[in-house]
Design a protein around this ligand. Structure first.
Ligand code: ZN
Length: 239
């Protein structure tokens, strides 16, 4: 079984009725339902208000892939938990970073850059192009698909060059954005996926659901370790 934990700061859902109406079980609930619909996947959710944000080492030990949605609460995430998540990714746990989590502590720790971008919230059309059709995360998707209303994110996006670029977005207002980016850090695989603004029903879109499911499978650890020792060793041959 692939064990997926979906983490959400869960703030907009409590403070904005229009968001609670779209996501009555929270964004984490919708993402967990989408990924959990896949055979062989078990999901759990965790939110910021839980002790240790619901991400104790015990939970992470039982997590193959962690999904992370956050927006206005990045600064409320404890440094200790952010560091724990980053270390577990280096040790092999998969991480799927959603939408406004481009500024989340674990993601920035792992990529080491600003995560900055341009944005505009007028509900314009987004066309998402599959630029690497042979990539595992693109399987089952057409050459492009559209979301009728989304927030715009525009380049330049403050990330290192992705190890693999799977999706590129175009917006009705004219901007483009690297929407599906793969990174490898240590033993871990990280996928950043752009769509998912809280006031639009993006996580119910069948193409988006397919991406989330493919990403869960792709990010699953092939090998997991417990830290990276730096041992002094004896030669294998007589020297
Ligand atoms: Zn947003």
């Amino acid at each position: 079984m692939l064990r997926v934990t979906v983490w959400n700061e869960n703030l907009h859902e409590k403070e904005m009725p229009e968001v609670a109406k779209i996501y009555p079980q929270g964004i984490h609930g919708a993402v967990a339902q989408a990924v959990g619909a896949l055979d062989g996947v078990v999901t759990r959710t965790a939110t910021m208000d839980m002790p240790e944000h619901g991400l104790t080492q015990e939970v992470l030990d039982q997590t193959d892939v962690l999904f992370w949605w956050a927006h206005c609460g990045h600064g409320q995430v404890s440094d200790e938990v952010a560091e724990r998540v980053a270390q577990n990714v280096l040790n092999g746990m998969g991480l799927v970073v959603l939408h406004s989590a481009h500024k989340s502590k674990p993601f920035l720790k792992l990529v080491g850059t600003s995560g900055s971008l341009k944005w505009r919230e007028i509900g314009e059309k987004e066309r998402i192009w599959t630029v690497d059709p042979s990539h595992p995360i693109a399987q089952g998707l057409d050459e492009h698909f559209e979301l009728p209303h989304e927030e715009m994110y525009g380049e330049p996006f403050g990330i290192p060059q992705p190890d693999e670029l799977v999706f590129l977005s175009w917006f009705a207002g004219g901007e483009v954005f690297r929407s599906g980016c793969c990174f490898r850090r240590g033993m871990g695989r990280i996928f950043y996926f752009r769509p998912g603004h809280e006031t639009f029903p993006t996580y119910y879109d069948p193409n988006v659901i397919r991406v989330l499911q493919n990403a869960a499978r792709w990010a699953a650890p092939l090998k997991r370790v417990d830290g990276f020792p730096c041992p002094q060793v004896e030669p294998l041959e007589q020297v």
